[in-house]
Design a protein around this ligand. Structure first.
Ligand code: ATP
Ligand code: MG
Length: 283
């Protein structure tokens, strides 16, 4: 299983390096994101896909990494982008961009005096962020609230793209409510990690939502030119059904924990350790 090889671990992306797309970058990685970004721009002008929901079957498939890098890639292409952290249990986006998580959706939804401008954070990458902020313990209530609908509607007006980072479909049912807010779903599948049956099940679940799967992205894929796994290729965007070669799956259980982390930013190093432990469990 690719994720367990020593080589892969050596190449595993350090937390500080979540955002790796660069202006003028011409690595295979940059090229992959360029392709993905170009496809997304094409699809958005064609079918009005502005609010993009990033989904995968299980934890650790690269959703947050993809959401962050895709957002930066779009911003480098002069698109106005806001990245919204809708993974309330495992809010991570703020760490990737090294901003505070405070004053986010939790604050906006629970306090009517908080405005959209109060929760938008500008970053050095040209991407705006909306973090989780105050802890959210009832995600369904928040995701079906009039406040969040109004928030997304307002963001749609202001931005070219609204990217939604989400929890995993097979562990948390938030995808159903998030799909009511989104225009399209990007389905992330980790090569050599996600079981074929899980991919199929997730595809079926996502297909029944109010949104639409507009693309599938394979992460952790073998780099055929250099011969090692590094940050995946993202070449499968734009069509679905290309999973025929998933012969060698890793081991995981749907039941493994997707716990609610504390919102205290000082706890981030503990959360990091727990992440690593989760990663090991998932393999
Ligand atoms: N394409 C990739 N190639 C190699 N490593 C990756 C890739 N994408 C993400 N990673 C690494 O895998 C780990 C999990 O990534 P990430 O947090 O983006 O996944 P996730 O799907 O958001 O997980 P969760 O569902 O737990 O939020 C991180 O350590 C990240 O640096
Ligand atoms: Mg994530």
């Amino acid at each position: 299983m690719a994720r367990n090889t020593g080589l892969f671990r050596k190449k595993r992306i350090a937390r500080e390096e979540v955002i790796a797309v660069k202006k003028g970058g011409n690595t295979e990685f940059d090229e992959s994101y360029n392709r993905l970004k170009d496809n997304l721009i094409y699809y958005s002008t064609d079918g009005g896909h502005k609010v993009i929901q990033i989904e995968s079957s299980i934890a650790g498939e690269g959703k947050t990494t993809l959401a962050c890098n895709l957002s930066v890639s779009l911003a480098l292409n002069d698109k106005k982008v806001v990245l919204v952290d809708l993974d309330f249990r495992k809010a991570r986006v703020h760490r990737a961009f090294k901003v505070s998580s405070q004053n986010g959706i939790g604050n906006y939804v629970s306090d009517k005096s908080v405005t959209v401008d109060d929760i938008i954070k500008h970053t050095d990458y040209g991407v705006d962020l909306i973090t989780r902020g105050k802890s959210i313990y009832n995600s369904s209530l928040v995701l079906t609230s009039e406040r969040i609908k109004a928030l997304i509607a307002e963001l749609k007006e202001r931005y070219d793209f609204v990217i939604l980072d989400c929890p995993p479909v097979l562990l948390i049912s938030d995808y159903i409510n998030i799909a009511r807010l989104s225009d399209g779903i990007l389905f992330v599948v980790a090569a050599g990690y996600t079981r074929k049956s899980a991919v199929k099940e997730t595809y079926t679940l996502l297909s029944k939502t109010d949104s639409k799967i507009i693309g599938a992205i394979m992460t952790f894929a073998e780099n055929t030119t250099s011969g090692y796994s590094y940050y995946g290729r993202y070449g499968k965007y734009g069509h679905y059904g290309h999973y025929g070669h998933y012969g060698h799956y890793g081991h995981y259980g749907y039941g493994y924990g997707y716990y609610h982390e504390k919102d205290d930013e000082e706890n981030s190093s503990n959360a990091d350790k727990k992440d690593n432990a989760d990663g090991k469990k998932a393999k």
